[in-house]
Ligand binder design. Structure first.
Ligand SMILES: *[C@@H]1O[C@H](CO)[C@@H](O)[C@H](O)[C@H]1NC(C)=O
Ligand SMILES: *[C@@H]1O[C@H](CO)[C@@H](O)[C@H](O)[C@H]1NC(C)=O
Ligand SMILES: *[C@@H]1O[C@H](CO)[C@@H](O)[C@H](O)[C@H]1NC(C)=O
Ligand SMILES: *[C@@H]1O[C@H](CO)[C@@H](O)[C@H](O)[C@H]1NC(C)=O
Ligand SMILES: *[C@@H]1O[C@H](CO)[C@@H](O)[C@H](O)[C@H]1NC(C)=O
Ligand SMILES: *[C@@H]1O[C@H](CO)[C@@H](O)[C@H](O)[C@H]1NC(C)=O
Ligand SMILES: *[C@@H]1O[C@H](CO)[C@@H](O)[C@H](O)[C@H]1NC(C)=O
Ligand SMILES: *[C@@H]1O[C@H](CO)[C@@H](O)[C@H](O)[C@H]1NC(C)=O
Length: 600
């Protein structure tokens, strides 16, 4: 995904392809065929909420740019100002990132920032001579604080591309923002009563303020200050912790850190990397080592504050690029972000002094592109909250590794576990609330090489459970959020020598992203479930890092449900063609008037 990577690959390529690898599909020129239509790529996700009727809406085109040989360059920039015709508060804001490209090219990473705070992390589809195009639409309502801040700001987009004689694809990108206001009747309702019954009727029982469930009042970027090469931190190794000093308002009553992360170069396939001992014993030149466990860790003033195993996103050139044509791998167009509740740590942060928020990657090797947004909710009536960090269970990562090597064969098992719990109280004008956060993370990884290393089995099972409770000073629990995320990934690949120096790689793969969240506050309960799964199998003929032939089939099932809706989309593709694409959707009759103003 960078010239550095290409260089390393050229030096390090063994007799046969490194599997899994990152490939570009080389298409035979098909002439100026009459039917040369750019192919549309897609990434099925839940359809964005319908804008409320009778609300004003405005579209602001912000940036239009062609990314040619941009590696190492500064991001493309454009001035942004909120639309005069659609003032905040907004019921919905959508960012649209549309792109097109023709020629040959690898997949590339890109991001959109507003004043250094990230709005979208994405990767590109690989083009064909006829061209490809796609559109990512992301609900960015939670970034309202950034989007409304007068007098506007600078939107930056980095897409690290390399163009040369061989790889000719230039990516054209348009970014626009679409604002939907709140219809007058709902705005009235929202300001006089509270949505979703968050506030109780009993004045004796304290409740969380309505603002707690709405987009943050202030968002501070935890990112590279200059942004000369993009605002992401480039993490190179396990000790390479990057941080930023921030001073937060002393009226902050809630804080959440949202982390953006993508893994590249030697760690693009971190979940399949062998340990260094295997590489050394076989005198291999590959630098894709350090075994197959990674965990992103967040710290506040060098104190552990949270962590997660990143979802293993496969980019469109990854493992077998034909699998991801025209349906991309899970999350490749809109990479998942990870929320870490920092409210228990406000006792350390609300003293009007600068504090260090740090990010690092356990066992990481070059390179990780990481940054974060610190979402802060402010008390409108007090300029100083009181807060204190309570019980803090210093979490220890327990990790066991078992490595067996026999020449090019090997069996590498890792089991990792981390359990942490934090608690802290914040006394604001809303009351004295104690936030307790408990997290349990478990991961099992297996990488197995047989048949002289030509057969590879990779299994990763990561599971993270988070429980958050908010207590009033009476000790009563007034809100509870429980979430469970699971990332199962497994694949088997075998590589055989083909004709004329080619390799024939056969892969079968299954990959899932499952997230379940339950929310309970007084008079309001909700369960949201997402299960997104892909299976793919097929073969390809590889010459160096180009795919010159192959045949594949991919199936995807995307299921989403909440208390009011169920949505399912099933897609079958074969050799680049969509065989079927079925959507079923149902709405429960129980859903009351649409109170879409409370974004969680
Ligand atoms: C970007 O916008 C321009 C002007 O509206 C349009 O001609 C072009 O096709 C758009 N490109 C993409 C990739 O959407
Ligand atoms: C880790 O990366 C940092 C930043 O590139 C570098 O300064 C440091 O020497 C590296 N440490 C090791 C142990 O390689
Ligand atoms: C690796 O290189 C060393 C030193 O040249 C040699 O003794 C050893 O046999 C080699 N190992 C393999 C597996 O080729
Ligand atoms: C390697 O994979 C091939 C194809 O699946 C299989 O036929 C063969 O038995 C495997 N060999 C070993 C040693 O695992
Ligand atoms: C807030 O509540 C916590 C837990 O009940 C208590 O320990 C703390 O003293 C309270 N703080 C204030 C300022 O009342
Ligand atoms: C291999 O190369 C030879 C000589 O250039 C050619 O005749 C043959 O068709 C090639 N085989 C394949 C599978 O491309
Ligand atoms: C690709 O593979 C198929 C099946 O083996 C073969 O019929 C076809 O000729 C191959 N195409 C090229 C361009 O080598
Ligand atoms: C879509 O529906 C058709 C007709 O019911 C069915 O034949 C096909 O298998 C379905 N496709 C998927 C991916 O479920």
């Amino acid at each position: 995904m960078s010239p550095l990577y290409l260089l390393v690959v050229l030096l390090a390529v063994p007799a046969r392809a490194e599997v899994p690898g990152s490939y570009a599909v080389r298409h035979a020129p098909r002439g100026a065929g009459a039917n040369a239509v750019a192919k549309e790529y897609l990434d099925p996700t839940y359809p964005l909420p319908q804008p409320l009727p009778a609300a004003p809406s405005c579209i602001v085109p912000v940036l239009s740019f062609s990314f040619g040989d941009t590696y190492g360059a500064a991001p493309a920039k454009a001035a942004y100002a909120p639309p005069a015709g659609c003032p905040a508060p907004w019921s919905l804001v959508v960012l649209t990132f549309s792109a097109s490209c023709a020629g040959d090219q690898y997949d590339r990473v890109a991001a959109v920032w507003l004043d250094g705070a990230e709005l979208l992390r994405t990767t590109t589809a690989e083009p064909t001579p006829e061209g490809v195009r796609w559109t990512v639409r992301k609900d960015v309502t939670r970034y309202s604080a950034l989007l409304r801040s007068p007098p506007g700001g600078v939107l930056s987009v980095m897409l690290e591309n390399v163009v040369n004689d061989q790889y000719t694809g230039v990516y054209s990108v348009n970014v626009s923002l679409e604002f939907h206001g709140t219809p007058p009747f709902l705005y009235e309702a929202a300001s006089t009563s509270s949505p979703a019954g968050v506030a109780g009727n009993d004045p004796e029982v304290p409740t969380l303020p309505e603002s707690y469930f709405q987009p943050a009042d202030l968002i501070l970027p935890i990112s590279e200050i200059t942004g000369n090469n993009g605002f992401w931190f480039r993490i190179q190794n396990a000790t390479d912790s990057r941080s930023k000093l921030v001073t937060i308002p002393s009226s902050t009553y809630r804080a959440v850190l949202e982390v953006f992360v993508s893994h590249h170069n030697n760690d693009e396939f971190w979940y399949s990397n062998p340990p260094d001992i295997y590489i050394k014993e076989n005198n291999l030149t590959t630098r894709r080592g350090n075994a197959a466990y990674r965990e992103v860790v967040v710290s506040v003033d060098h104190r552990f504050a949270g962590s997660f195993v990143p979802f293993p996103v496969i980019y469109t050139g990854g493992i077998n690029p034909l699998f991801w044509e025209p349906v991309t791998a899970l999350g490749a167009f809109d990479l998942p972000t990870y929320d870490i509740e920092l409210t228990p740590f406000l006792g350390l942060l609300v003293d009007s002094k600068a504090h260090e928020i740090g990010i690092s990657v356990v066992d990481g090797i070059a390179e990780w592109l990481v940054d974060a947004n610190l979402h802060l909710w402010l008390d409108p009536t007090t300029s100083d909250v009181q807060a204190s960090l309570g019980p803090y269970k210093a979490p220890r990562l327990s990790i066991s590794r078992r490595y067996l090597t026999r020449l090019l064969d090997g069996n590498f098992k890792i089991r990792a576990k981390r359990k942490s719990s934090f608690s802290g109280w914040v006394k604001s004008s809303f009351g004295n609330f104690t936030t307790e956060v408990e997290t349990e993370l478990k991961a099992n990884s297996l990488v197995e090489f047989t048949n002289d290393g030509k057969n590879k089995t990779v299994t990763l099972e990561a599971k993270q459970e988070t429980k958050m409770q908010v207590r009033a000073d009476t000790g009563k629990v007034i809100a509870k959020v429980e979430s469970e995320a699971k990332y199962p990934l497994s694949f088997f690949a075998d590589t055989e020598d083909g004709e004329n120096g080619t390799s024939v790689v056969t892969v079968s793969l299954s990959h899932g992203l499952k997230v379940e969240t339950e929310i309970e506050t007084r008079g309001f309960e909700s369960t949201v479930k997402l299960a997104d799964e892909q299976t793919a199998e097929g073969w390809m003929v590889v010459l160096d890092h180009d795919v010159v032939n192959g045949s594949v089939a991919t199936s995807q099932t995307y299921r989403y449900s909440d208390d009011q809706r169920e949505y399912e989309r099933m897609i079958d593709i074969m050799n680049g063609a969509v065989l079927s694409d079925n959507v079923t959707e149902s709405f429960s009759a129980m859903s009351g008037p649409a109170v879409g103003v409370a974004a969680l």
